[in-house]
Ligand binder design. Structure first.
Ligand code: ZN
Length: 190
């Protein structure tokens, strides 16, 4: 069966990877076995082309990650809220990244006139509302993605958990990045 092949591929690749790690990077595994102390929280899109660890050549233990469709920051998202609490108050990360990406299906879906399944519709409707004004100017998809990602960073900076964290740690930094799946490049949004 096809599914079994996919699973076997995953397990076989992991076997090779763990063998290599044990041989060439056992100190990292030893460190990882004791716990984590990442300096970065990454809020990104669930898109399979944007894996934060891989595209930044990070090591296991470097980045604490929250991903959802279209890297949305919403105070109503309890999964995000618990990730924020844990990353900011327990792990005490120094940097929070909100990463959007070009060719984002979530942003495209939000601005299309199509109707999707109920949970997807509910998730992407706020994106459409936030981009309503900009959309009138008939912008390129890239501009919409950038504006959407800035909107999420803006909401993050006003998030009650982040505000509380900033009182404890005014040094906490937040940044919006854009990833281009076609070039593999990340850039910082001003
Ligand atoms: Zn996306």
């Amino acid at each position: 069966m096809k599914t079994i092949k996919v699973l076997n591929d995953i397990l076989n690749k992991n076997k090779a990877w763990s063998l290599d790690m044990n041989e060439n990077n056992s100190s990292l595994l030893e460190e990882n076995g004791k716990g984590q102390a990442p300096q970065v929280l990454w809020i990104g899109c669930a898109d399979s082309r944007v894996p934060p660890g891989l595209i930044t050549e990070s090591k296991p233990g470097d980045i604490f990650v929250h991903r959802n469709i279209a890297n949305v920051v919403a105070e109503s998202d309890e999964s995000l809220n618990s990730v924020l609490e844990y990353a900011l108050f327990y792990l005490k990360v120094k940097l929070v990244v909100v990463c959007g990406h070009y060719d984002c299906g979530g942003v495209k879906a939000a601005l299309s006139n199509d109707t999707f399944s109920p949970y997807i519709n509910k998730w992407i409707t706020p994106i459409q509302k936030e981009l309503k004004e900009l959309e009138k100017a008939n912008p390129k998809h890239e501009e919409l993605v950038e504006a959407h990602t800035k909107n999420q960073l803006n909401k993050l900076s006003k998030h009650h958990i982040v505000k509380k964290a900033l009182m404890e740690n005014p040094e906490l930094e937040m940044v919006a990045l854009i990833y281009d799946p076609a070039s593999g490049k990340l850039k910082k949004l001003q």
